[in-house]
Design a protein around this ligand. Structure first.
Ligand code: ATP
Ligand code: MG
Length: 614
C-alpha cells in the first residue's frame, strides 16, 4: 500500500533555533524546538502533525498489546457528573486536583482525573453473573488533573492521555491471573517503546489495594526515586521501601536519662559538636545518628481539616517529602508555621522531644517514629525546654509513640529489606502502574455478581495505567543527543527522512522519484523538498527532528550514489542509485526483514531492566 510522503515544503512545521524559555529538560526543549508540540497554557499542549504521529504510534503499540491479551477497548466521556465520585468519596478526596464545573442548571460536573467509578458502574450496569467474568476493559483517553506543579512539558500535564484498564474477577486467584497477564503485556509495551526501564514495587496511594508495581523509565531527571539492591532482585520506588526494623533490645540496667543544658543548639550539627565538647563519651564521639530529631508538619485532610503530625527520625536522616506524602495520601503536607507554634505552647521549637509528643501526652499531637527507633534504643533528644536536651532517653522505657511511619530518606548503602545487602538509588519517570485494587470500588459502588452457588459476591478489580502522552516525552528524554531527537523505530514520526540538497533540478527529480518509490513500498517518508533552504539548515533540521534513517540526495549523484545516514550512530554509507530503494527498505525493516515496515525494536537491555523484569 502506498503511504503518502510528508513534504517539508508544505508540512505544518516550524523548527525553532532557540530553546523555549520555560523548558528545563532536554525532552521538553527538543519536542518544542523540533515542532512536535506547542504550549497553550501551563501543562496544556497542542500536538502538531509530527508530534501527533509519534503519539498515535505509542497508542498503536499500547492498543495492540492490550487487544492481544483480550482486553476490550471502550471510551468513557471526559466530562462526568459528580454523583459517582461522591459515592466513592473522591469528589472530596481528590481536592484541588479536580477540574470542576457546573452546567447551565447549576449541576456539578468534573473533568475526569481517572475513571475507576465509570468502569465499575458500567460493569455493574451490564453484568450480573460469575459467567460474565473475567473481564478486562480499557480506554485510551484524555484525563484532566489540576496538578500543583505541571512540569517538563508532556511529563506532568494538566491535560494528558492515559491508557487505563481494569480487570474484573470473582476471586483473588482470578485477580492474580489478570494482574500477571497485564504485567506481561506491559513488559511487551515498554520493550517496544524502546527505552530503558525498571519494574519496581510501588505504593497503591489513594486507590487503596495491595500488590502494586510501577514501570519507571530510567532517567536522570525523573521525578521518582527508586532503589535497587546491589545483590538480589529487590527494586522499589522509595515511596514503597519498608525499612527493616532492627530487633528490639532489652533495656534493663541502662542508666537513667538526664536533662542537660545545651544552649544555642537548635540544629543537629551544632548539638553534636556541643555534646562532644561538654559531655564526651568514653567509647566514641557522639554522632548525628545518636540523636532523635523530632519534626512537626501539618497534615491537611481532604475537605480542609488540619492535623499536626510529629515524626521522630534518627538525627542523621532528613524527612523525605515524597515518602511522607505517600504515607498520608490523599491528605497533603504543609509546613507547621509560627502561628501553629503559638497555638501549641507545649512545643519548644528546636528542642521538641517525645516528652510532650503523642496523642496521650501534653501536646496531644500524634507522634510517629521511624521504624529504626525500636524499644531499647538510646537517644539524645529535645527536653521540651529551650536550650535543653535529654541524654540517654530509652525508647520503650522512657517514651512511646502512636506508631511508626516510613518517612525518613532512603540512602545509597541502606540495607536491602529483602536480603540485607546495600541498596543503591536512581531516578526514573513513572510510565505505568499496575495494581491489585481489590474490592474497594466494587464495595462502595456495590458491584456484585452471583457466584456458582447463586450467592452474591463482591467483584475484585485490578487497575492498570500507562501514561501515553508522558511516554512521548519519556522516550524523547531517553533518546536524544546534543543535536536533537533520535526516535526508536517503532514510534518515529516517519520511517526515513529524505533530504534533497543543492539547487540542481536533477537532484530534486531523483529525490522525488526515490520518495515515490519508497511510498509505493509502504515506507513513510519525511521529504525535505524545500527549494530555497541551504543544505546546512536541512541537515540541522533532520538531526533535530530525529527520524532514525536520513537519506541524502545531492552531490553523490555525480558519481551515481546516494547517502544513507544512521541518525543514532552517525554512520554513513554511499549506495549506488539503482540499489537505494531496496537498501532503504531493508534499513527501515531492520535486519530480520519481514512484511512489516516497522520492525520490532530490539530491547535496549540494561541490567536493571533485565534484573527487574525477569
Ligand atoms: P504520578 O505519581 O506521576 O502523579 P499517578 O500515580 O497519579 O502519577 P496514575 O493515576 O497511576 O498516576 O496514572 C497512570 C499513569 O498516568 C501514570 O503511571 C503516568 O504515566 C500517567 N500520568 C499520571 N499523571 C500524569 C500527568 N499529570 N501527566 C502525564 N501523565 C500522567
Ligand atoms: Mg501511580
Amino acid at each position: 500500500m502506498s503511504t503518502p510522503a510528508l513534504r517539508m515544503s508544505t508540512l505544518f512545521l516550524r523548527t525553532l533555533r532557540d530553546d523555549p524559555a520555560d523548558a528545563e529538560l532536554p525532552s521538553h526543549r527538543l519536542l518544542v524546538r523540533a515542532g512536535y508540540i506547542r504550549r497553550v497554557a501551563p501543562g496544556i499542549y497542542t500536538w502538531l502533525p509530527l508530534g501527533l504521529k509519534v503519539l498515535r504510534n505509542v497508542e498503536r503499540i499500547v492498543r495492540e498489546e492490550m487487544d492481544a491479551i483480550g482486553a476490550q477497548e471502550l471510551s468513557f466521556p471526559a466530562l462526568l457528573p459528580k454523583e459517582p465520585f461522591e459515592a466513592t468519596g473522591r469528589w472530596t478526596e481528590y481536592g484541588e486536583n479536580i477540574f470542576r464545573l457546573k452546567d447551565r442548571k447549576g449541576a456539578d460536573y468534573l473533568l475526569g482525573p481517572t475513571h475507576e467509578e465509570m468502569f465499575t458502574l458500567t460493569v455493574k450496569d451490564l453484568y450480573g453473573s460469575y459467567k460474565d467474568l473475567p473481564l478486562s476493559i480499557y480506554q485510551i483517553q484524555t484525563k484532566y488533573r489540576d496538578e500543583v506543579r505541571p512540569r517538563a512539558g508532556l511529563l506532568r500535564g494538566r491535560e494528558f492521555i492515559m491508557k487505563d484498564s481494569y480487570s474484573f474477577d470473582v476471586d483473588d486467584a482470578g485477580l492474580q491471573a489478570s494482574y500477571d497477564t497485564h504485567r506481561a503485556a506491559y513488559i511487551k509495551i515498554f520493550d517496544r517503546l524502546g527505552f530503558d526501564y525498571v519494574i519496581v514495587k510501588a505504593t497503591s496511594g489513594a486507590m487503596g489495594g495491595s500488590a502494586s508495581e510501577e514501570f519507571l523509565a530510567t532517567a536522570e531527571h525523573g521525578e521518582d526515586t527508586y532503589v535497587r539492591c546491589t545483590s538480589c532482585d529487590y527494586a522499589a520506588n522509595v515511596e514503597a521501601v519498608q525499612v527493616p526494623a532492627p530487633p528490639a533490645m532489652a533495656y534493663d540496667g541502662l542508666p537513667a536519662a538526664h536533662v542537660e543544658d545545651t544552649p544555642d543548639t537548635p540544629t543537629i550539627a551544632i548539638l553534636v559538636d556541643h555534646l562532644n565538647a561538654a559531655f564526651p563519651r568514653s567509647d566514641r564521639p557522639w554522632q548525628a545518628s545518636d540523636t532523635l530529631k523530632n519534626v512537626i508538619v501539618m497534615v491537611v485532610h481532604p475537605g480542609g481539616r488540619r492535623e499536626p503530625l510529629a515524626i521522630g527520625v534518627p538525627g542523621d536522616r532528613e524527612i523525605d517529602e515524597k515518602r511522607l506524602g505517600a504515607q498520608v495520601e490523599p491528605a497533603e503536607i504543609e509546613p507547621f508555621d509560627e502561628a501553629d507554634f503559638v497555638r501549641y505552647p507545649a512545643l519548644a521549637k528546636g528542642y521538641m522531644g517525645p516528652g510532650v509528643l503523642g496523642q496521650d501526652a501534653k501536646s496531644g499531637i500524634k507522634f510517629l517514629l521511624d521504624p529504626r527507633v525500636v524499644d531499647g534504643t538510646v537517644w539524645v533528644t529535645g527536653a521540651d525546654v529551650p536550650g535543653q536536651h535529654v541524654i540517654g532517653l530509652v525508647a520503650g522505657r522512657d517514651f512511646t509513640a502512636d506508631g511508626t511511619i516510613e518517612a525518613a530518606e532512603v540512602r545509597d548503602g541502606d540495607e536491602c529489606p529483602s536480603c540485607g545487602r546495600p541498596l543503591e538509588t536512581a531516578r526514573g519517570i513513572e510510565m505505568g502502574h499496575i495494581f491489585q485494587l481489590g474490592r474497594k470500588y466494587a464495595e462502595s459502588l456495590e458491584l456484585k455478581v452471583l457466584d456458582q452457588n447463586g450467592k452474591l459476591v463482591t467483584v475484585t478489580m485490578g487497575s492498570y495505567g500507562v501514561g501515553v502522552s508522558r511516554a512521548v516525552a519519556a522516550v524523547a528524554e531517553g533518546c536524544h543527543d546534543e543535536f536533537g531527537l533520535v526516535w526508536p523505530r517503532e514510534i518515529t514520526p516517519a520511517d526515513v527522512h529524505v533530504v534533497a540538497t543543492g539547487k540542481a533540478e536533477e537532484v530534486f527529480a531523483k529525490a522525488d522519484e526515490l520518495t515515490a518509490a519508497l511510498a509505493a513500498r509502504g515506507v513513510l517518508v519525511l521529504y525535505d523538498d524545500r527549494r530555497k533552504v541551504s543544505p546546512g539548515v536541512k541537515f540541522k533540521d533532520a538531526e533535530l527532528i530525529g527520524v532514525p534513517t536520513i537519506v541524502i540526495v545531492g552531490k553523490g549523484l555525480e558519481s551515481g550514489t546516494i547517502e544513507i545516514k544512521d541518525r543514532a550512530t552517525g554512520h554513513r554509507r554511499e549506495v549506488p542509485v539503482d540499489q537505494i530503494v531496496d537498501a532503504v527498505v531493508a534499513e527501515v525493516r531492520g535486519p530480520r526483514g519481514g512484511d512489516s515496515v516497522v520492525p520490532e525494536v530490539e530491547r535496549a537491555a540494561t541490567s536493571a531492566a533485565q534484573g527487574a523484569s525477569s
